[in-house]
Structures are given as structure tokens and as C-alpha cells.
Design a protein around this ligand. Structure first.
Ligand SMILES: NC(=O)c1ccc[n+]([C@@H]2O[C@H](COP(=O)([O-])OP(=O)(O)OC[C@H]3O[C@@H](n4cnc5c(N)ncnc54)[C@H](O)[C@@H]3O)[C@@H](O)[C@H]2O)c1
Length: 322
């Protein structure tokens, strides 16, 4: 797709994945509106959009009139979400208000204001639950391990209904663990790797919970590429796809990569905290062949290279992310 002059709405645009997408779209000449409510505990950070020619609208998708924001959009990248699993457990009503109810608000607004817009929805591997088999394909049963998994599944399904009933071109991407520049690293709310990166950069030991779990971490540039390809590949419309990463590695292997990249790095292994153990999904890696075949996508950034790039990116910017 030639993005020059295309009007694009990115919900969750000041967050980790949304901001990276905004930078890529603006660099390609798109007219980007980033909608973000800067929710407490999420990945929104004003620094995330620095240097990108993007209009930032600070507003909450649960309340704002979404029609003017959708108006004229040829693509809506829908990334706004309550993303904390523990947060969803603590307050499932707030979780479902963003991840499901507000999705229906956006669907209704887009129906009126941008009936032809392509929608790429950020979904998650989380609601497959503890995998019955690996790698997990899209036919794997859905068994959400927590409230956040339920609300994210509901949100995705409302969008797929919109495709089936109204003919809207919708693509849902079920993402695995993503990492890279602009990830929230202040604490472990967003991803285990966030707090690991912080500790390594501060010269402190980090904690590995368990250690044997496999993850196929996707570097953010590969995630951005997946979103852009999903929007611009009509063969993808109406489909749900898993997005994976390079070959999986265990948490312990990832920790050793950090040690290798920053000599002197230390970590300790410990049991999963009891409250997290109940919602832990164990090992996961995706079978994403369907998306690769449909779009030509493949992850290009290996784990060691991605972690190296992340560390290099944060070093001069650490203060803005703590
Ligand atoms: N990062 C990952 O590893 C990962 C994995 C699976 C799925 N996802 C999905 O990708 C999307 C983006 O995730 P992320 O990692 O960038 O998270 P993030 O927290 O960095 O970004 C989400 C953004 O949405 C905004 N937001 C939340 N509620 C809002 C509301 N009511 N109104 C307006 N804005 C609101 C937040 O302020 C935040 O900036 C989410 O839908 C998430 O479920 C991410």
C-alpha cells in the first residue's frame, strides 16, 4: 500500500506497539491520528511519539465521541486495551469496559463515520490458555486463563462479527510476547522482559520466575511490519492470524543472552509467585504459517539482535522510561 496521504487512526497510539506503528506510518507519509487515554499502568508515554509527525488526541475510547476521529480514515489500527493480566483479575469490570464494551462503541462509530475503513485489530495469544499442543495454530481451542483473556477474546469476536455481518475488512492479529523500543520497562506490568531490561541497564540482578517456559518473542519492528502488511493485503481480510517470532527460547536462555550482551549481568531464579501461577500459561510458541503464506511476512530480527537493539535504544533515554 502507498501510505502517502492516507488518513489513519491508531487507537492506543501512545503505547508501546501503537507508538512504533505511528512512527512507521508517519515515516511513510500517512496522516496519522493517535488516540490514547494514557491509562494508569499501561504503556503510554509522551516520549513514545517524540519525533513523529502525528496528531495525538488524549481521550478515552470509553467516553469520547469516536465518530470525528474515525471520519475519513482508510485504515484503523486498533491497539487500545487494558493489557495487564493481574489488573484484569483485580478489576474485571474495568478490563471488560475497555477491551469489550468500548470495542462495540468503536465498531458503531466506525460504521457511521468510516464504513469502508480496513480495521487491523491487536489480539492476543493469551486466550488460548495453557496450550494443548505446540506450536499453537489458529484452530487451537480457546480457554482464557484470566479475565483479560476473556475480554480480549470478546473484543476480537465483536470485530469479526462486524466483518461477517457488515462486510467490513477486518484482520485480527493474535500477538505473542512483543518487545523492543518504547516498551514499558518501569516495572513488570507489561512484560517480563521490560523489567529485565531495566535491571540490566541499572546494573541490578533480575528475577527469572520458573525458567523453562518457552517464548517466541517478536521484535517490535516485525510486529509493525505485520500490522502494515495485514492492512494492505486484501487476502488477509476477514481472517484471524497468529503472529509469532523467531524460534522459541526458554526464559533461562533469554536470561543468558542478556548476560552475554552485558557482561556482569546477574539474575536469580525463583518459583512463580502464587497469585501469578494460577494464570500462567506455561510454554507457548505460535504456528504463524497462515499469516506468512497470506502476506509474505516473516520475523527478521532474531532474539539476541533484538535485545541488543533494545538495550542500545534505552541507554540514552532511560530516565524517560523510569
Ligand atoms: N505487547 C505485547 O506483547 C502484546 C501481546 C499480545 C497482544 N498485545 C495487544 O497489542 C495491543 C497494544 O499493546 P501494547 O503492548 O502496546 O500495550 P500498551 O499498554 O503499551 O498500549 C495500549 C495503549 O492503549 C491505551 N488505552 C488503554 N485503554 C484506553 C482507553 N480506554 N482509551 C484510550 N486509550 C486507551 C493505553 O493508554 C496504552 O497507551 C493491545 O491491544 C494488546 O492487548 C500486545
Amino acid at each position: 500500500m502507498d501510505w502517502t496521504g492516507q488518513r489513519v487512526l491508531v487507537t492506543g497510539g501512545a503505547g508501546f506497539l501503537g507508538a512504533n506503528l505511528c512512527h512507521a506510518l508517519a515515516a511513510r507519509g500517512a496522516k496519522v491520528t493517535a488516540l490514547d487515554g494514557f491509562l494508569f499502568g499501561g504503556g503510554a508515554n509522551p516520549t513514545n511519539l517524540e519525533g513523529a509527525a502525528v496528531e495525538l488526541v488524549r481521550a478515552d475510547i470509553r467516553e469520547v465521541d469516536l465518530r470525528p476521529l474515525c471520519e475519513g480514515s482508510s485504515v484503523i489500527f486498533n491497539l487500545a486495551a487494558q493489557t495487564s493480566h493481574m489488573g484484569g483479575q483485580r478489576d474485571p469490570l474495568a478490563d471488560i469496559a475497555v477491551n469489550a464494551v468500548a470495542q462495540v462503541r468503536l465498531i458503531q462509530a466506525a460504521r457511521e463515520a468510516a464504513p469502508d475503513a480496513v480495521v487491523v485489530h491487536a489480539s492476543t495469544r493469551q486466550f488460548y490458555g495453557k496450550p494443548n499442543y505446540l506450536p499453537v495454530d489458529e484452530a487451537h481451542p480457546v480457554a482464557p486463563p484470566d479475565a483479560n483473556g476473556v475480554s480480549k477474546f470478546a473484543g476480537e469476536q465483536y470485530w469479526m462479527i462486524e466483518h461477517r455481518t457488515a462486510g467490513r475488512p477486518v484482520v485480527s492479529l493474535r500477538l505473542t510476547n512483543c518487545y523492543g523500543p518504547r516498551l514499558r520497562i518501569r516495572d513488570a506490568r507489561q512484560a517480563f522482559l521490560g523489567i529485565w531490561l531495566r535491571c540490566v541497564l541499572e546494573g541490578r540482578p533480575f528475577e527469572v520466575w520458573g525458567g523453562d517456559q518457552l517464548r517466541d518473542m517478536t521484535y517490535v519492528d516485525d510486529v509493525t511490519d505485520a500490522f502494515l502488511r495485514a492492512a494492505s493485503t486484501p487476502a488477509c481480510y476477514g481472517n484471524i492470524y497468529n503472529i509469532g517470532g523467531p524460534p522459541p527460547a526458554s526464559l533461562l536462555e533469554i536470561a543468558v543472552i542478556m548476560q552475554h550482551l552485558v557482561p556482569g549481568t546477574e539474575f536469580v531464579t525463583r518459583e512463580f509467585p502464587a497469585d501469578r501461577k494460577t494464570i500462567d500459561i506455561g510454554s507457548y510458541h505460535a504456528n504463524d504459517h497462515a499469516f506468512r503464506a497470506a502476506s509474505g511476512w516473516q520475523p527478521l530480527v532474531g532474539l539476541e539482535e533484538g535485545i541488543r537493539r533494545s538495550l542500545d535504544w534505552y541507554r540514552p533515554r532511560l530516565a524517560a522510561y523510569l
